[in-house]
Ligand binder design. Structure first.
Ligand SMILES: *Cc1c(COP(=O)(O)O)cnc(C)c1O
Length: 345
């Protein structure tokens, strides 16, 4: 067993165990965990000081998850958009390949909360039909390997999948979406990176949500990946009580650049049943975007996107800075000053 597999096997999965580390009445969380399983790696738990701090909120079960409301368990109709098991095909030239139903740490706000790991250990449903779908559909030039978390699989399994996709001539880029650098950084080994670097152009998008997640260990994981020539991006979810604060978000974006990760998206929380206590108003997202633009490096500015329910796609939102009168534009700058600009084109 490799060291990371040992850490993974030592993850906390029973709420009663939490009381040994934190001031939580574990037994009271039993009904939540019966419905939505819990898993927290020893490393990620070590970052939690209080159950309600920004790291704790992301991984410690909360009784509000059981609140009954009108929200859907699959607002993106991923099931309907799935032509074969393991593939979500919504956009013309790219697909998501759900390669794993397991995560090292289960996020309480997960959009696939009703699909990922509802009991059981790593499930190895055969991926051949999904790979065959990509092979047959020559329009697919970009594959996003997601899950669950694909990097909880063994090195050989990952290499087998990536190498089979790389052999398909119309597949131009491969992306892996993973939270492993954040929740189980020791899994990013030199050996894994040696294998991944053989399949460029390979991109990794990771998922940091708070500046305190950028530690020595997670920085080292990012360094290993970046040194293997893998461009790193980050997808943050805007979460109430975690990062719904311009100063926190700005610091996160700046610290990501220091570990060679380019901020890619800030996602508006998806309307998924069991996660509504994380929702913030869209106004908050726009305020955060306005606090980033011009106030810090352009490199630290991601897109703020809303994923439209019904599988209708992601839409980027910007603070409303443009007014127009024929060829005159009135543009508001980062200092709030409106400046006239004549369109000479
Ligand atoms: C988000 C998403 C993608 C990738 O979108 P990009 O904007 O290219 O990162 C692809 N397919 C589905 C179903 C998605 O939800």
């Amino acid at each position: 067993m490799e060291a990371w597999q040992k850490s993974l096997s030592e993850a906390i999965t029973q709420p009663e165990e939490l009381s040994a580390f934190l001031r939580v009445e574990g037994e009271r969380l039993r009904p939540v965990v019966d419905r939505y399983p819990m898993r927290i790696t020893p490393y990620y738990l070590s970052l939690v000081k209080e159950a309600h701090d920004p790291i704790g909120r992301q991984c410690i079960p909360d009784s509000r998850e059981l609140k009954e409301n009108r929200l859907s368990t699959d607002p993106f109709r991923e099931k309907e958009l799935s032509p074969v098991p393991g593939i979500v095909h919504r956009y013309p030239d790219r697909v998501v390949l759900l390669a794993s139903t397991f995560c090292a740490t289960l996020c309480r706000f997960c959009m696939r909360k009703h699909q990922v790991q509802q009991g059981g250990f790593i499930s190895d449903s055969p991926l051949e039909p999904a790979i065959e779908y990509v092979r047959r559909n020559r329009v697919i030039r970009d594959i996003i390997i997601s899950g669950g978390d694909p990097l909880v699989k063994r090195d050989e399994w990952i290499e087998d999948l990536v190498s089979r996709l790389r052999k398909i001539s119309h597949v131009e880029i491969i992306r892996i979406n993973t939270r492993i650098p954040v929740t189980l950084p020791e899994r990013i080994t030199a050996r894994l990176c040696q294998r991944l670097r053989l399949y460029h152009p390979l991109y990794i998008n990771t998922h940091f949500n708070h500046p305190e997640e950028i530690t020595e260990a997670s920085s080292e994981a990012c360094r290993l990946l970046a040194d293997a020539g893998i461009p790193l991006g980050n997808q943050t979810v805007l979460l109430r009580g975690v990062n719904d604060d311009p100063a926190v978000m700005k610091r996160l974006m700046q610290k990501l650049l220091m570990v060679r990760v380019r901020p890619y998206y800030i996602h508006q929380m998806d309307p998924v049943k069991g996660t509504s206590h994380f929702c913030t108003p869209i106004e908050k997202g726009l305020e955060i975007m306005a606090s980033l633009r011009g106030h810090t490096s352009g490199m630290a500015n991601p897109y703020y996107v809303i994923d439209l329910p019904g599988g209708k796609g992601k839409v980027p939102l910007l603070p409303d800075d443009v007014k127009r009168e024929s060829r005159k534009y009135f543009l508001r700058n980062f200092q709030g000053e409106t400046v006239e600009y004549v369109d000479e084109g």
